[in-house]
Design a protein around this ligand. Structure first.
Ligand code: ATP
Length: 443
């Protein structure tokens, strides 16, 4: 982090930390804004992460003046898609490149490292009721920074060509970042928006910071005053899911439990040292699987919560509270049932045990019984789960097998392939033998 001089200018950091095309995008935002008579700033997490030395391409721009008009202008210049939210005074540029209108208007290349750019009009917020969504009106960059959650998120970098790189830090964010402190900007912060409690914990644990003493008191007070219960279930779930998306979600979950916040929002979650360890291993297994099969989507957040839901009642109650789908609930219940069985020896029994489970449940089970270095479990996910017999139902039909006997035969073929490495000929022989007694059974 650079040492603080006045006024601190971060142009050099921007240049060192970002690819040239991102830097030129930022410069162009500042230049076009200035030509329109307004001033643009990069704000929030972008500034925080740059100062922490972990730059992000998730860039939020705030404009002192009409942000939507600037976004419209940039979308024309760069030929990129635009979405506008008039009510919130915000717009987003999307780098799905449009076809150039003619050969003489080439598609832009300078900004392609970004996939999107959020642009907002600087605004003030008014909270009509505690925990309600705020009413917004245009304002100065200072007002905009003062409405934010924590000092470390309330800094801006000016993009105007004459002041490019200048840090705007009205709340002392730079110092707090240096000292590793999460601090709210005023004492009604959690009353206005209790979701900030989750955000405080998330940043504290992500950066190994500390929630500042008074801020911590305000969190405890908010909890005692049951402010969290004023939030909609949707907003709580959104924050909880963001916590579960952290690199190590066990840290914020432990902290939420220590602060006695989890019992308020989800009393069915059982947070013990052992279960958190199971959650940590689930995270490892999910990462391992995502790396091996990037094309297979996983419901990561739900999988991570499953180790904390010890009973059928807990799974049902949590699913209902946060209106999860039937498939999530069933995944939780199937896991609880499968946990009752011991880990089998033969591959065919692994398949019989685990293949009926959704992938998420199988990975949570793997985390309970092993670490991602366990070769047997790896083999299940890499190979056994996807193995199919080399014969088909058609082959069995051709031999006079019908109805349920076909699936019995195919299962037997798969088992002999997995357990003994049998070839197609042997698989057919075993399948026919095994299917015989079922020939008269209906499907
Ligand atoms: P992350 O790395 O977690 O995504 P971020 O800072 O980009 O961090 P966002 O949730 O995208 O987080 O929010 C962007 C900015 O908007 C924050 O840096 C903060 O200044 C402001 N902000 C977001 N949520 C709130 C809130 N509930 N109250 C006040 N300010 C908020």
């Amino acid at each position: 982090m650079p040492s603080q001089q006045k006024p601190l200018n971060l142009a050099k950091e921007l240049q060192q930390k970002f690819p040239a095309e991102v830097l030129s995008t930022l410069r162009e935002v500042g230049k076009v804004a200035s030509q329109m008579g307004v001033t643009a700033y990069a704000v929030g997490g972008f500034v925080r992460d740059l100062l922490l030395g972990t730059p992000t391409l998730d860039i939020d721009i705030v404009v002192e003046g009409n942000g939507i008009a600037l976004a419209q202008k940039l979308s024309q210049i760069w030929q990129v898609d635009l979405t506008v939210h008039e009510r919130f005074l915000t717009a987003t540029l999307h780098w799905r490149l449009k076809e150039p209108k003619s050969a003489s208007t080439p598609a832009p290349t300078h900004a392609c490292a970004l996939s999107r750019l959020d642009i907002a009009t600087a605004r003030k917020e008014r909270y009509p009721n505690p925990a309600a969504l705020p009413e917004v009106e245009p304002a100065s960059i200072f007002d905009d920074l003062w409405r934010r959650d924590f000092t470390i998120n309330a800094m801006a970098i000016c993009l105007d060509p004459k002041r490019f790189g200048e840090l705007v830090d009205p709340t002392g964010g730079f110092n707090d970042l240096r000292q590793g402190v999460i601090r709210v900007l005023h004492k009604r912060s959690f009353v206005d928006d209790p979701t900030r409690i989750f955000r405080a914990v998330r940043y504290e644990q992500r950066f190994d910071f500390e929630i500042e003493r008074k801020t911590l008191q305000l969190i405890r007070h908010a909890r005692n005053e049951s402010l969290l219960t004023k939030l909609s279930r949707d907003r709580i779930k959104h924050e909880l899911w963001r916590i579960l998306q952290e690199r190590d979600p066990t840290k914020p979950m432990r902290r939420l439990s220590e602060l006695r916040i989890l019992p308020v929002i989800a009393p069915e979650l059982c947070v013990t040292k052992k279960r958190l360890e199971w959650m940590r291993r689930t995270n490892e297994w999910l990462n391992w699987f995502a790396e091996k099969f990037p094309e297979k989507p996983l419901e990561r957040e739900w999988a991570l919560l499953l180790p904390l839901l010890p009973t059928v009642e807990a799974v049902n109650s949590f699913s209902q509270r946060y209106q999860l789908g039937e498939s999530e609930r069933e995944c939780g219940l199937a896991l609880l049932k499968a946990l009752k069985r011991r880990t089998p020896k033969r591959p065919s029994n692994w398949v019989r045990w685990l293949n009926p489970l959704p992938l998420e449940a199988a990975l949570v089970l793997a985390a309970k019984r092993s670490s991602p270095n366990d070769l047997l479990w790896q083999r299940y996910f890499l190979e056994w789960r996807w193995t199919r017999p080399d014969i088909t139902g058609e082959d069995l039909k051709a031999c006079g097998i019908a109805g349920r006997a076909i699936s019995v035969g195919l299962q037997a073929a798969l088992a002999v392939k997995l357990d003994e490495g049998a070839d197609a000929h042997k698989q057919l022989e075993v399948a026919l033998r095994r299917a015989q007694p079922y020939r008269t059974l209906r499907r």
